[in-house]
Ligand binder design. Structure first.
Ligand code: AMP
Length: 281
């Protein structure tokens, strides 16, 4: 596996692949890979001649009191796992390579980022959109792959790509879960055994809401209350938000009459986890 640490190296690699007529796929990640990431890579391998995986813990998307310094990192393991899932090359730049001294250009989105994780984590999506725009410019992929687990992130990236006329296709991959339903996340390693057990309440609450909608419930406030109550019944859970919005526009919704996004963010000890489901009527 070829691991590039500089923008010049990865540019040269994809230039040569392009010359050979290969379709380029990009899977942006922050590393510490799990099955969710690997599923993105497998999807990319199905569609693309060359799969570029970026591994970059992007300082710009972490708030000052967040876990940038502790975020788990293991490049050697990641390289091995990515290779097994079909990655052809890893792009693993240092922070200074991406944001050299004097760096001062950022991508800001409007209404899409003033709710959900955008409200809980000010500046987060500015950091995400900026680094993804840079990665798109560096790799110039034909396809880029993102997980539905970060539902708002996918909407932000799609909006940015459309607004800035980025010439690529964004592919969304369904959330990969542990056997007990917990959405896979690099942050799951922070959980104590008791917190890990408690965290299954997220998936159970999403499933319960899905069942209620399937049984005919359309009242968003009522669904919201039921999900809140179920999560609150778990003593180790501290709710950041439970929200229901129209999907994909994220407009407020009182009565479900189309697709809606039910998204939750909940802390277990010091670990903040997110999950979501689409409620289809
Ligand atoms: P991260 O390394 O957490 O920034 O995630 C990199 C990419 O993997 C993002 O597009 C995430 O949405 C996606 N991803 C993370 N966890 C999962 C999961 N459990 N299932 C599917 N995709 C995921």
């Amino acid at each position: 596996m070829y691991v590039c640490h500089t923008i010049a190296e990865i540019r040269e690699y994809v230039r040569q692949a392009g010359e050979r007529g290969l379709v380029i796929g990009l899977v942006p990640t922050m590393g510490y890979l799990h099955e969710g990431h690997l599923e993105l890579m497998r999807r990319a391998k199905d569609q693309c001649g060359v799969v570029v995986v970026s591994i970059f813990v992007n300082p710009l998307q972490f708030g000052p009191r967040e876990d940038y310094a502790e975020y788990p990192r293991d490049l050697e393991r990641d390289v091995r796992l990515a290779g097994g899932a079909g990655a052809d090359v890893i792009f693993n730049p240092a922070a200074e390579e991406m944001y050299p001294e004097g760096y001062c250009t950022y991508v800001d989105l409007g209404d899409l980022t003033d709710k959900l994780c955008g409200r809980s984590r000010p500046g987060h999506f500015r950091g995400v959109a900026t680094v993804v725009a840079k990665l798109f410019n560096i790799v110039r992929p034909d396809y880029a792959y993102f997980g539905q687990k970060d539902a708002q992130q996918v909407l932000v990236i799609r909006q940015m790509a459309a607004d800035l006329d980025m010439d690529l296709e964004i592919v969304t991959v369904p959330t990969v879960r542990e056997p007990d339903g917990l959405a896979m996340s690099s942050r799951n390693v922070y959980l104590s055994p008791a917190e890990r057990q408690a965290a299954t309440v997220l998936f159970h609450s999403l499933e319960m809401a899905g069942r209620e909608v399937a049984a005919g419930e359309r009242d968003a406030a009522k669904l919201h209350r039921m999900v809140m109550e179920m999560i609150k019944s778990e003593p180790l859970a501290e709710i950041d938000y439970v929200e229901i919005y129209g999907y994909p526009g994220l407009a407020p919704v009182a009565v479900l009459d189309g697709a809606a996004l039910l998204a939750v963010a909940v802390k277990f000890g010091r670990t903040r986890l997110i999950d979501n489901t689409l409620l289809e009527v």
